[in-house]
Design a protein around this ligand. Sequence first.
Ligand SMILES: [Zn+2]
Length: 384
Amino acid sequence: MTKTALVYSHDFSACSYGDYHPFKVQRYRLAFDLMEEYGLTRLSNGHIRECGTVSDLELLTFHSPDYLRRLEEFNCSTESRADFRYGLGDLENPVFPGFYDWARLCTAGTVEAARLVTQEGYDIAFNLAGGLHHAHRARASGFSYLNDAVVAINGLVAQGLRVVYLDLDAHHGDGVQEAYYDSDRVLTISLHETGRHFFPGTGFETETGVGAGEGYSVNVPLIEHTDDALFMKAFDEVAYPLIAAYDPDVLVTQLGADTFRTDPLTRLEITTHSYSYIIKKLKALRIPWVALGGGGYDLVNVARAWTIAWGIMNGVELNPRLPPQFVRTVSAMGLTNTMLLDAMYWAEARDRNLALDEVEKSISAIRKRIFPFIIGSHAATSGK
Ligand SMILES: [Zn+2]
């Protein structure tokens, strides 16, 4: 039986980016509440675990000392502070009391999830508050102050482990790609809405890595209206064979829910259908798995997505109708969802054809540029 851990703290929701900021930390509490309603917080093999702490030394494996000092200094400030050299204090990455404590807590959760799968015999550990994938070495970006995935993966690599980082968020996983751009110890794969006119403006097929990392950065940019079938196609024809061929010691995934068609910030059109499909296929790989949350700006989508993921990780079938108590909670927030699972969505024919052309173009470029590096070399030697 699969042994799983949900790394969680009510403190994930104990701060605020501001009333008008799209990133709402209530998302974590709402997701946990929905899991609780479904009985998913009282499983015999699925344990709820604390975050622990992360040391400065661990943070310094990626972040610069001057940036961390600035975060520390602003953390306790009662006046409004900004330092645009570090991306701090603008509308996107506000400075609020305790913001650095909060970012450290989220990062500690991811480090703990990695520890659970490598040292405590857990098959899967899921940190809802991880996946803040835009943080750079010395700059906050895209609501992310610390790059929890990079800090945790650095710890895995230091133990001699090989890692696949798969990013399913609607935005390119730029901070993580940047950290491993010249390394073949971490294969990064990101499926996302194209950066042509969209944050963070990177993640094109041509970004394939440099030096020893050539062929170990994989990007599948998708255009607006990419729907369930096309998202599954991109996963099946690019991500899945690459993960299987690279055969990592640990799989780290960012499971952002902003790909959903009702997300207010993005234009992809996927639903719980392809999201569930992909989570099931990842579980079937049986690779020690560190799962992280990520983006998602419709609170109910976030709660639904991560509840579905946690259900699949634990092999629990969930009632497709949301529990009545949860429906009452979200309707008090002005939201109208009643279903956990969506029907598969097909985009309009014209939009879909354009999106199909684009995904086929990406797949063929990746087959040409990436597959020889990964499938060629790792299939023969199993890469270890
Ligand atoms: Zn995102």
